[in-house]
Design a protein around this ligand. Structure first.
Ligand SMILES: [Zn+2]
Length: 169
């Protein structure tokens, strides 16, 4: 092998590594964009939602209701699994980010993906809060507060009735 060729063959792994590093970030960005695009809205009439949901689920998801603290089916659930939107099935939260806030509703540090929820300003009840809704079907889920523990410092305070728990297999 000539010295020139030898140098070139030594360089190949470095070039390959460089190419991987350069290609890495745009690929991740594409994935994020694809994730956002994949959430297609589920649109139904008020009547259709009424038929699909129980009266309590309808009151909370479509009329921004709140279940009584410590009464929800999942308020104290410690099992591993994921929590889906009860209205459209979109995966919203995971037991991995769940913690006990003592508030009486399921509390999470973060959603499974920021693309799966939408946050809106809520000025009802004479205060300013941030409402959390399902990104696919606009179901009201609860609120997010800034008094959560580390690492996010957030508390997603979610009604049990808007969630469907799927245990980890
Ligand atoms: Zn939904």
């Amino acid at each position: 092998m000539t010295p020139g060729l030898k140098r070139l063959s030594l360089c190949v792994p470095f070039i390959w590594l460089l190419a991987l590093m350069v290609a890495g970030s745009p690929a991740r960005a594409d994935e994020e964009t694809r994730g956002a695009v994949m959430i297609e809205k589920v649109l139904k009439t008020d009547e259709e939602w009424r038929k699909l949901l129980t009266p309590e689920q309808y009151r909370i998801t479509r009329k921004k209701g709140t279940e009584l603290a410590f009464t929800g089916e999942y308020h104290d659930l410690k099992e591993e699994g994921t929590y889906q939107c009860v209205a459209c099935g979109l995966e919203l939260f995971s037991s991995r980010t769940r913690y006990d806030s003592g508030a009486g509703w399921p509390s999470f540090l973060a959603p499974v993906s920021k693309h799966h929820i939408e946050e809106r300003e809520d000025r009802s009840l004479f205060t300013k809060r941030t409402e959390v809704v399902c990104a696919r079907c606009d179901a009201h889920l609860g609120h997010v507060f800034n008094d959560g523990p580390k690492p996010t410092g957030l508390r997603y305070c979610i009604n049990s009735l808007v969630l469907k728990f799927v245990p980890k297999r």
